[in-house]
Design a protein around this ligand. Structure first.
Ligand code: SAH
Length: 269
């Protein structure tokens, strides 16, 4: 992990699932990365899971206040405007999707480790990608890279049905449990290789990819409905977030900005 200087504001550490070269109001990282690793390890060793938890009403109101602040200072202040997206970000309890020892850090301006070398994206990135997807209430969407299940939970507030596919079965299982614990019933978590998409439920009005392929997977383009949007980080070290819209005549591509995500793993190299 290396540190770069954002255009405005304090230097920020480059970690997967964060934005590069974008400034704005920031909250300091509350935990240094080595401490984060130790805490995650302790959590895993102690068999602490993501969902549920003993926090009482006081903790819950503190988390709610932290969530409000997150939306105001990290998301709205940086230009995310879609009211439905902001409402969804206000509603979903991000702290329940991170490993228990990291709950206090859940509303910080940073990605966080979720085990097995994967990360939950920085809240701002989740909001930007969700807004770019332009989700409508009747839409059926596919997420590639379930991870913690948080992005799927945000999408679930905004569309009719979310299918999400995850390569690593333990993460998929944990995400299923957390989503069920939150009473979210319009998300289906599948274990599989996102390079192939999920043809069984295609075409999709939107596809959101939360790990970076080096090229746009053809299967995802094929599974997009006419008028559908694909938001995907593309590249290896240097990655750009692309918004690809399928028209009646082909595909239109717009680059959003530079990002850094974990790679979309090829199951068979
Ligand atoms: N959206 C997630 C963050 C995802 S991190 C969240 O909200 O927490 C990226 C995820 O993509 C990881 O969980 C990783 O295991 C998964 N992944 C990587 N390659 C994949 C592939 N080929 N198919 C499906 N999932 C993949």
């Amino acid at each position: 992990m290396s540190c770069t200087s954002a255009r405005q504001g304090a230097p920020r550490c480059r970690e997967p699932d964060s934005v590069r070269g974008r400034g704005g109001p920031k909250r300091a990282m509350t935990l240094a990365p080595p401490l984060v690793s130790v805490l995650v390890l302790l959590g895993i060793v102690a068999g602490v899971s993501c969902g549920g938890g003993p926090e009482g009403p006081e903790d819950e109101s503190e988390f709610a206040a932290a969530r409000e602040l997150m939306v105001a200072t990290q998301i709205e202040a940086r230009g995310v405007r879609a009211p439905r997206v902001l409402a969804a970000m206000r509603r979903v309890p991000r702290h329940r999707f991170v490993p228990a020892p990291l709950r206090e850090a859940a509303y910080g301006d940073t990605p966080l480790p979720i085990g097995l070398g994967q990360t939950i994206s920085q809240p701002y990135i989740v909001a930007v990608m969700t807004e770019a997807l332009a989700p409508g209430p009747g839409d059926v969407v596919l997420e590639v890279g379930t991870g913690s299940g948080y992005q799927a939970a945000v999408l679930a507030q905004l569309v009719k049905r979310v299918y999400t596919i995850e390569l690593l079965a333990p993460l998929a299982e944990r995400a299923r449990a957390v989503l069920a614990g939150e009473g979210i019933t319009n998300v289906e978590v599948e274990v599989g290789d996102g390079w192939k998409g999920l043809p069984a439920h295609a075409p999709y009005d939107g596809i959101l990819v939360t790990a970076a392929p080096d090229v746009v997977p053809q299967a995802l383009l094929d599974q997009l409905a006419i008028g559908g949007r694909l938001i995907v980080p593309v590249g290896k070290d240097e990655q750009e977030l692309r918004l690809i819209t399928r028209t009646e005549h082909g595909f239109e591509t717009r680059t959003v900005f530079e990002v850094r995500f974990v790679p979309l793993v090829r199951e068979v190299e």
